[in-house]
Ligand binder design. Structure first.
Ligand code: UGA
Length: 424
């Protein structure tokens, strides 16, 4: 099929490259000339395992990019994969999606039988109330469907090509057939459950998925905090409760909490959406509150062993999770702020996220290895579970005061150091 995708961010580029791999001809539309040039040259504009190889293979061939919406009418279907950032009150800002829909609508004016698919994360009713009107105000005759994306940063290609589910939200019109055709090669290959539902339901499924997972992590963090108070190892507890199929073993890693570009934004958005309808979502609010408290608990454990004022403290890990250089809403941010408020001299290390964090905290010291961060430090806090931290051993001997507070259960050494786990 001929597929166009508006937006070449994480989701748009990954989906475009994967659709090309499935045999479709894909063109992405993006305002960023550098991104367009990269794709046409066969270079992935973002760092994501497996994506480079796909873009190298198909870029400039079955996968092309342009800044011109005018290509959309030549395709069978157009996906909108534009960002939906947060407003100051946490509600979702749909202005970028609406502006994209307007430009697309103008380009599609006079075209018949075209399907537009919203892949962006939007609250229930947005497609119907905002995107569809924006698309059709120029006279375009289009069907509009919703197809949320569940891929994770760091495993985006693998998640897309072998998904737990695929969700098609349509208004009951022809859209569902086009969506089935687009996904047919994927279904033929890995046969994921395909959920065919309404548009509002599809929009809500995305939020419910992320809100559930974020709350699951906050619940294990809350239980973990209780475990710590009673000298219980939360990971042994999690391993056991995870054996109950109704609970499941995944997303039970307790520690310094969730960050990233999705959980914080999406939980805030669904809370705001609930309030807009007069419902106070107390459980989700509590999930956010537990998450907000974990960095302070990490620092509290450090305080109980060392007064860090005027001393060097190592922060190990800056990315919001391993496998990415993304620092958006990383727990490292409140941890660094807390250390600064205590008058500590922060020395940070991350294998890939240093440059991104430097933009946020230009004033702290960044070093090229975990060992260099630990050298002379009176305390270390672990914020991201990079594998390489597990292998740190003698490096702790170079600390001025060997106090290590682990927020991710990754450090293996125990002897000869003061080791505190956040929930164990
Ligand atoms: C998340 C969802 O997992 C994806 O399904 C979804 O598509 C995506 O958001 C999105 O909405 O775009 P992502 O933010 O890339 O994906 O990362 P996750 O692997 O889900 O991790 C999120 C945060 O939770 C990280 O900070 C991670 O450290 C934390 N986490 C996760 C825990 O603290 N404990 C766990 O057991 C699992």
């Amino acid at each position: 099929m001929e597929v166009s995708i508006v937006g070449s961010g994480y989701v748009g580029t990954t989906v475009a490259a994967c659709f090309a791999e499935l045999g479709h001809s894909v063109v992405t539309i993006d305002v960023d000339e550098a991104v367009v040039e990269a794709i046409n040259d066969g270079r992935a504009p973002i760092h994501e395992p497996g994506l480079g190889a796909l873009v190298a293979e198909h870029g400039g061939d079955r996968l092309t990019a342009t800044t011109d919406y005018g290509v959309a009418p030549e395709t069978d279907v157009t996906f909108l994969a534009l960002p939906t950032p947060s407003n100051a009150d946490g509600s979702v800002d749909t202005s970028i999606v609406e502006a994209g829909a307007e430009s697309l609508g103008a380009a599609l004016s006079g075209v018949e039988d075209h399907l537009v698919v919203v892949k962006s994360t939007v609250v229930p009713g947005t497609t119907e109330d905002r995107v569809e009107p924006a698309l059709t105000e120029g006279g375009a005759d289009v069907d509009v469907a919703v197809n949320p994306e569940f891929l994770r940063e760091g495993s985006a290609v693998a998640d897309f090509t072998d998904p737990d589910k695929v969700v098609f939200g349509t208004d009951g019109g022809r859209g569902v057939e086009t969506l089935r055709a687009v996904y047919e090669p994927l279904v033929a290959e890995v046969d994921p459950p395909v959920v065919e539902t309404g548009r509002r339901e599809a929009e809500m499924i995305k939020y419910a998925n992320n809100a559930f997972l974020a709350t699951k992590v906050s619940l294990i963090n809350e239980l973990g905090n209780i475990c710590k108070a009673y000298g219980v190892d939360a990971y042994e507890v999690a391993d056991a409760i995870g054996l109950d199929d109704r609970i499941g073993e995944r997303f039970l890693r307790s520690g310094v909490g969730w960050g990233g570009s999705c959980f914080p934004k999406d939980v805030a958005a669904i809370i705001a959406a609930a309030r807009a309808k007069g419902y106070e979502p107390e459980l989700l609010e509590a999930a956010v509150e537990v998450n907000d408290r974990q960095p302070g608990r990490l620092l509290g454990l450090l305080d109980s062993h060392v007064d860090v004022a005027g001393k060097r403290v190592a922060v190990l890990g800056l990315a919001f999770k391993p496998g990415t250089d993304d620092v958006r809403e990383s727990r490292a941010i409140p941890v660094i702020e807390g250390l600064q408020a205590r008058g500590a001299e922060v020395v940070a290390y991350d294998p890939v996220a240093t440059e991104n964090m430097r933009e946020r905290f230009p004033e702290i010291e960044y070093v090229a290895s975990a060992a260099a961060a630990l050298d002379g430090a009176s305390g270390a806090v672990v914020v991201t579970e990079w594998d390489e931290f597990a292998a740190l051993d003698d490096a702790f001997d170079a600390m001025a005061e060997p106090v290590v507070v682990d927020g991710r259960r990754i450090i293996e050494r125990r002897d000869g150091i003061v080791y505190e786990g956040l929930t164990w």
